[in-house]
Design a protein around this ligand. Structure first.
Ligand SMILES: [Zn+2]
Length: 331
Protein backbone atom coordinates (compact mmCIF):
# COMPACT_ATOMS: atom_id res chain seq x y z
CA UNK A 1 0.00 0.00 0.00
CA UNK A 2 2.79 2.41 1.00
CA UNK A 3 4.67 1.47 -2.15
CA UNK A 4 1.60 2.31 -4.27
CA UNK A 5 1.39 5.80 -2.79
CA UNK A 6 5.15 6.35 -2.79
CA UNK A 7 5.56 5.83 -6.56
CA UNK A 8 3.07 8.58 -7.68
CA UNK A 9 4.48 10.95 -5.08
CA UNK A 10 7.95 10.23 -6.38
CA UNK A 11 6.86 10.81 -9.98
CA UNK A 12 5.07 14.00 -8.98
CA UNK A 13 8.12 15.21 -7.05
CA UNK A 14 10.40 14.45 -9.98
CA UNK A 15 8.06 16.30 -12.36
CA UNK A 16 7.83 19.21 -9.92
CA UNK A 17 11.59 19.46 -9.61
CA UNK A 18 11.97 19.23 -13.40
CA UNK A 19 9.42 22.00 -13.85
CA UNK A 20 11.11 24.20 -11.27
CA UNK A 21 14.44 23.53 -12.93
CA UNK A 22 13.08 24.26 -16.41
CA UNK A 23 11.28 27.49 -15.49
CA UNK A 24 14.19 28.57 -13.32
CA UNK A 25 16.53 28.11 -16.25
CA UNK A 26 14.15 30.04 -18.54
CA UNK A 27 13.90 32.83 -15.94
CA UNK A 28 17.67 33.11 -15.61
CA UNK A 29 18.06 32.95 -19.35
CA UNK A 30 15.48 35.74 -19.86
CA UNK A 31 17.02 37.81 -17.11
CA UNK A 32 20.40 37.49 -18.81
CA UNK A 33 18.91 38.52 -22.14
CA UNK A 34 17.20 41.53 -20.54
CA UNK A 35 20.50 42.67 -19.10
CA UNK A 36 22.18 42.26 -22.49
CA UNK A 37 19.38 44.22 -24.14
CA UNK A 38 19.65 46.96 -21.50
CA UNK A 39 23.39 47.19 -22.11
CA UNK A 40 22.82 47.35 -25.85
CA UNK A 41 20.11 50.02 -25.38
CA UNK A 42 22.39 52.19 -23.27
CA UNK A 43 25.17 51.78 -25.84
CA UNK A 44 22.76 52.80 -28.57
CA UNK A 45 21.69 55.82 -26.53
CA UNK A 46 25.31 56.80 -26.06
CA UNK A 47 26.00 56.37 -29.79
CA UNK A 48 22.90 58.38 -30.53
CA UNK A 49 23.95 61.31 -28.35
CA UNK A 50 27.45 61.21 -29.85
CA UNK A 51 25.95 61.30 -33.34
CA UNK A 52 23.62 64.15 -32.33
CA UNK A 53 26.48 66.24 -31.03
CA UNK A 54 28.50 65.50 -34.18
CA UNK A 55 25.49 66.51 -36.28
CA UNK A 56 25.03 69.77 -34.34
CA UNK A 57 28.70 70.53 -34.75
CA UNK A 58 28.55 69.79 -38.50
CA UNK A 59 25.44 71.99 -38.84
CA UNK A 60 27.22 74.85 -37.10
CA UNK A 61 30.20 74.46 -39.41
CA UNK A 62 27.85 74.37 -42.40
CA UNK A 63 26.10 77.56 -41.27
CA UNK A 64 29.45 79.30 -40.80
CA UNK A 65 30.54 78.21 -44.28
CA UNK A 66 27.21 79.37 -45.77
CA UNK A 67 27.60 82.78 -44.09
CA UNK A 68 31.16 83.04 -45.42
CA UNK A 69 30.00 82.11 -48.94
CA UNK A 70 27.22 84.72 -48.79
CA UNK A 71 29.78 87.35 -47.81
CA UNK A 72 32.01 86.34 -50.70
CA UNK A 73 29.04 86.36 -53.12
CA UNK A 74 28.17 89.89 -52.03
CA UNK A 75 31.78 90.95 -52.45
CA UNK A 76 31.96 89.43 -55.96
CA UNK A 77 28.73 91.19 -56.83
CA UNK A 78 30.17 94.47 -55.55
CA UNK A 79 33.33 93.96 -57.58
CA UNK A 80 31.38 93.27 -60.76
CA UNK A 81 29.38 96.49 -60.20
CA UNK A 82 32.66 98.33 -59.73
CA UNK A 83 34.01 96.89 -62.99
CA UNK A 84 30.79 97.87 -64.79
CA UNK A 85 30.92 101.44 -63.55
CA UNK A 86 34.61 101.73 -64.42
CA UNK A 87 34.00 100.47 -67.96
CA UNK A 88 31.01 102.80 -68.34
CA UNK A 89 33.19 105.65 -67.15
CA UNK A 90 35.91 104.60 -69.59
CA UNK A 91 33.39 104.70 -72.43
CA UNK A 92 32.22 108.15 -71.45
CA UNK A 93 35.81 109.36 -71.10
CA UNK A 94 36.57 108.04 -74.59
CA UNK A 95 33.64 109.91 -76.07
CA UNK A 96 34.53 113.08 -74.12
CA UNK A 97 38.10 112.76 -75.33
CA UNK A 98 37.12 113.39 -78.94
CA UNK A 99 35.12 116.50 -77.90
CA UNK A 100 38.14 117.86 -76.05
CA UNK A 101 40.31 117.49 -79.12
CA UNK A 102 37.83 119.60 -81.07
CA UNK A 103 37.82 122.21 -78.29
CA UNK A 104 41.61 122.30 -78.41
CA UNK A 105 41.48 123.09 -82.11
CA UNK A 106 39.39 126.16 -81.38
CA UNK A 107 41.64 127.21 -78.51
CA UNK A 108 44.65 127.01 -80.81
CA UNK A 109 42.98 129.41 -83.22
CA UNK A 110 44.71 132.70 -82.27
CA UNK A 111 42.89 134.59 -84.98
CA UNK A 112 39.45 134.16 -83.42
CA UNK A 113 37.56 137.40 -84.20
CA UNK A 114 35.17 136.79 -81.24
CA UNK A 115 37.48 135.90 -78.39
CA UNK A 116 34.88 136.41 -75.63
CA UNK A 117 32.02 134.61 -77.34
CA UNK A 118 32.18 131.32 -75.44
CA UNK A 119 29.50 129.61 -73.35
CA UNK A 120 30.34 127.99 -70.01
CA UNK A 121 32.15 124.73 -70.69
CA UNK A 122 30.69 121.56 -69.18
CA UNK A 123 33.65 121.33 -66.83
CA UNK A 124 33.07 124.86 -65.55
CA UNK A 125 29.39 124.10 -65.08
CA UNK A 126 30.27 120.95 -63.14
CA UNK A 127 32.61 122.92 -60.91
CA UNK A 128 29.81 125.31 -60.06
CA UNK A 129 27.41 122.48 -59.25
CA UNK A 130 27.08 121.07 -55.76
CA UNK A 131 29.10 117.95 -55.13
CA UNK A 132 26.97 115.53 -53.17
CA UNK A 133 27.98 112.10 -51.90
CA UNK A 134 25.44 109.60 -50.61
CA UNK A 135 27.19 107.39 -48.07
CA UNK A 136 25.31 104.18 -47.32
CA UNK A 137 25.86 101.59 -44.60
CA UNK A 138 24.48 98.05 -44.95
CA UNK A 139 24.00 95.10 -42.60
CA UNK A 140 23.84 97.03 -39.29
CA UNK A 141 22.97 98.03 -36.70
CA UNK A 142 25.84 96.64 -34.66
CA UNK A 143 28.15 97.76 -31.89
CA UNK A 144 29.95 99.85 -34.55
CA UNK A 145 26.87 101.92 -35.43
CA UNK A 146 27.09 104.53 -32.60
CA UNK A 147 30.76 105.16 -33.51
CA UNK A 148 29.80 105.62 -37.18
CA UNK A 149 27.03 108.04 -36.09
CA UNK A 150 29.48 110.09 -33.99
CA UNK A 151 31.96 110.34 -36.88
CA UNK A 152 29.21 111.43 -39.29
CA UNK A 153 28.14 114.11 -36.78
CA UNK A 154 31.68 115.47 -36.67
CA UNK A 155 31.48 116.20 -40.40
CA UNK A 156 27.83 117.24 -40.36
CA UNK A 157 27.35 114.30 -42.72
CA UNK A 158 24.02 112.61 -43.34
CA UNK A 159 23.96 109.02 -44.55
CA UNK A 160 21.61 106.11 -45.20
CA UNK A 161 21.48 102.93 -43.12
CA UNK A 162 20.08 99.80 -44.78
CA UNK A 163 19.39 97.62 -41.76
CA UNK A 164 19.16 93.87 -41.18
CA UNK A 165 17.17 92.50 -38.24
CA UNK A 166 18.29 88.89 -37.78
CA UNK A 167 21.23 88.61 -35.35
CA UNK A 168 21.10 92.40 -34.80
CA UNK A 169 18.06 92.42 -32.46
CA UNK A 170 20.19 93.45 -29.48
CA UNK A 171 21.18 96.69 -31.25
CA UNK A 172 17.59 97.83 -31.90
CA UNK A 173 18.19 100.84 -29.62
CA UNK A 174 20.35 102.39 -32.39
CA UNK A 175 17.43 102.47 -34.86
CA UNK A 176 15.74 105.54 -33.27
CA UNK A 177 19.20 107.11 -32.86
CA UNK A 178 19.76 106.88 -36.65
CA UNK A 179 16.45 108.70 -37.25
CA UNK A 180 17.04 111.25 -34.46
CA UNK A 181 20.37 112.29 -35.94
CA UNK A 182 18.78 113.01 -39.31
CA UNK A 183 19.88 110.01 -41.35
CA UNK A 184 17.71 107.86 -43.59
CA UNK A 185 16.69 104.56 -42.03
CA UNK A 186 16.12 102.06 -44.82
CA UNK A 187 15.53 98.32 -45.18
CA UNK A 188 17.99 95.68 -46.34
CA UNK A 189 16.28 92.44 -45.28
CA UNK A 190 15.29 90.44 -42.23
CA UNK A 191 17.48 87.39 -42.78
CA UNK A 192 19.97 88.45 -45.51
CA UNK A 193 19.78 84.84 -46.70
CA UNK A 194 19.96 84.93 -50.50
CA UNK A 195 18.59 81.44 -51.13
CA UNK A 196 15.55 82.14 -48.94
CA UNK A 197 14.64 85.67 -49.95
CA UNK A 198 15.14 85.25 -53.69
CA UNK A 199 13.18 81.98 -53.81
CA UNK A 200 9.96 83.81 -54.76
CA UNK A 201 8.21 87.16 -54.61
CA UNK A 202 6.24 85.92 -51.62
CA UNK A 203 9.38 84.76 -49.78
CA UNK A 204 10.96 88.19 -50.31
CA UNK A 205 7.91 90.13 -49.12
CA UNK A 206 7.45 87.90 -46.09
CA UNK A 207 11.09 88.49 -45.09
CA UNK A 208 10.84 92.24 -45.78
CA UNK A 209 7.69 92.59 -43.70
CA UNK A 210 9.58 91.31 -40.65
CA UNK A 211 12.35 93.93 -40.87
CA UNK A 212 9.77 96.61 -41.76
CA UNK A 213 7.75 95.77 -38.62
CA UNK A 214 10.93 95.76 -36.53
CA UNK A 215 11.86 99.27 -37.68
CA UNK A 216 8.33 100.62 -37.20
CA UNK A 217 8.08 99.02 -33.74
CA UNK A 218 11.31 100.62 -32.50
CA UNK A 219 11.08 104.02 -34.19
CA UNK A 220 7.52 104.72 -35.28
CA UNK A 221 9.18 105.69 -38.56
CA UNK A 222 7.89 104.13 -41.79
CA UNK A 223 10.79 103.29 -44.10
CA UNK A 224 10.32 103.72 -47.83
CA UNK A 225 13.79 102.91 -49.21
CA UNK A 226 15.47 99.55 -49.51
CA UNK A 227 18.53 97.84 -50.89
CA UNK A 228 18.52 94.27 -52.16
CA UNK A 229 21.06 92.04 -50.39
CA UNK A 230 23.86 91.61 -52.93
CA UNK A 231 22.26 94.24 -55.20
CA UNK A 232 19.24 94.05 -57.50
CA UNK A 233 21.15 91.86 -59.96
CA UNK A 234 21.34 89.09 -57.37
CA UNK A 235 18.91 86.17 -57.55
CA UNK A 236 16.94 85.08 -60.59
CA UNK A 237 16.01 87.94 -62.94
CA UNK A 238 12.51 86.60 -63.28
CA UNK A 239 11.87 86.58 -59.52
CA UNK A 240 13.63 89.89 -58.80
CA UNK A 241 11.77 91.70 -61.60
CA UNK A 242 8.53 90.47 -60.07
CA UNK A 243 9.68 91.66 -56.64
CA UNK A 244 10.63 95.09 -58.01
CA UNK A 245 7.22 95.51 -59.66
CA UNK A 246 5.47 94.68 -56.41
CA UNK A 247 7.75 96.91 -54.29
CA UNK A 248 7.12 99.84 -56.63
CA UNK A 249 3.38 99.21 -56.41
CA UNK A 250 3.75 99.40 -52.62
CA UNK A 251 5.60 102.73 -52.89
CA UNK A 252 9.15 101.56 -52.11
CA UNK A 253 12.22 102.88 -53.91
CA UNK A 254 15.34 100.71 -54.10
CA UNK A 255 18.95 101.81 -54.45
CA UNK A 256 21.96 99.91 -55.70
CA UNK A 257 25.35 101.68 -55.61
CA UNK A 258 27.90 103.08 -58.05
CA UNK A 259 30.93 103.31 -55.74
CA UNK A 260 31.92 100.31 -53.64
CA UNK A 261 34.27 100.51 -50.68
CA UNK A 262 34.98 96.78 -51.20
CA UNK A 263 34.44 96.20 -47.48
CA UNK A 264 32.12 93.25 -48.20
CA UNK A 265 35.24 91.11 -48.01
CA UNK A 266 37.03 90.64 -44.70
CA UNK A 267 40.32 90.81 -46.64
CA UNK A 268 39.79 94.50 -47.53
CA UNK A 269 41.99 96.78 -45.45
CA UNK A 270 41.41 100.31 -44.17
CA UNK A 271 43.76 101.61 -46.90
CA UNK A 272 41.87 99.65 -49.62
CA UNK A 273 38.58 101.16 -48.48
CA UNK A 274 39.95 104.71 -48.57
CA UNK A 275 41.43 104.14 -52.06
CA UNK A 276 38.32 102.41 -53.43
CA UNK A 277 36.10 105.31 -52.41
CA UNK A 278 38.34 108.34 -52.90
CA UNK A 279 39.78 107.19 -56.24
CA UNK A 280 36.42 106.29 -57.79
CA UNK A 281 33.91 108.77 -56.42
CA UNK A 282 34.85 111.43 -58.97
CA UNK A 283 34.02 109.09 -61.83
CA UNK A 284 30.27 109.00 -61.29
CA UNK A 285 27.41 111.45 -60.98
CA UNK A 286 25.40 111.26 -57.77
CA UNK A 287 27.81 108.85 -56.10
CA UNK A 288 26.05 106.30 -53.91
CA UNK A 289 28.83 104.73 -51.82
CA UNK A 290 28.46 101.20 -50.48
CA UNK A 291 29.88 100.56 -47.00
CA UNK A 292 28.94 98.25 -44.13
CA UNK A 293 28.40 98.87 -40.43
CA UNK A 294 27.64 95.25 -39.55
CA UNK A 295 29.55 93.35 -36.87
CA UNK A 296 33.25 92.97 -37.58
CA UNK A 297 33.52 95.82 -40.10
CA UNK A 298 36.28 97.47 -38.09
CA UNK A 299 38.27 98.34 -41.22
CA UNK A 300 35.33 100.44 -42.44
CA UNK A 301 35.12 102.28 -39.13
CA UNK A 302 38.89 102.86 -39.22
CA UNK A 303 38.70 104.19 -42.80
CA UNK A 304 35.70 106.46 -42.25
CA UNK A 305 37.45 109.52 -40.72
CA UNK A 306 39.89 109.72 -43.65
CA UNK A 307 37.10 109.17 -46.19
CA UNK A 308 35.04 111.96 -44.63
CA UNK A 309 38.07 114.25 -44.40
CA UNK A 310 39.24 113.64 -47.99
CA UNK A 311 35.81 114.00 -49.53
CA UNK A 312 35.02 117.12 -47.48
CA UNK A 313 38.29 118.65 -48.68
CA UNK A 314 37.30 117.76 -52.25
CA UNK A 315 34.11 119.79 -51.76
CA UNK A 316 31.61 117.00 -51.17
CA UNK A 317 28.54 117.44 -49.05
CA UNK A 318 27.13 114.26 -47.51
CA UNK A 319 23.39 113.74 -47.77
CA UNK A 320 21.02 110.90 -47.03
CA UNK A 321 19.06 109.23 -49.80
CA UNK A 322 15.39 109.94 -50.39
CA UNK A 323 12.89 109.20 -53.12
CA UNK A 324 13.85 112.37 -55.02
CA UNK A 325 17.49 111.30 -55.47
CA UNK A 326 18.05 109.83 -58.96
CA UNK A 327 18.06 106.10 -58.26
CA UNK A 328 21.05 103.90 -59.00
CA UNK A 329 19.59 100.73 -60.47
CA UNK A 330 21.37 97.73 -62.00
CA UNK A 331 18.16 96.57 -63.67
ZN1 LIG B 1 24.16 93.20 -47.14
Amino acid sequence: MKKKIFIPILIFSVLLLCSIGFFGFQYLNLNGRCQTLETQASQLQQNNSELSSKLTHSNEELEEKEAYLEGQKEYISELSQQIDSISQEQDSEDSNGSDTEEDNDYEDNSTDPYPNLYADSEDEQAENEEKIAYLTFDDGPSSLTPKVLDLLDQYNAKATFFVVCKNNEEYAEYLPEIVKRGHALALHSYSHNYSQIYASQDAFLSDLEKVFDWVVEHTGYTPSLLRFPGGSNNGSSYVVNDIIDELERRGFQYFDWNVSSGDGSSLTTRANIIDNICNNIGNVENPVVLMHDGSGKNATLAALPTVLENLSSAGYEFRSLDKNVPPVHYR
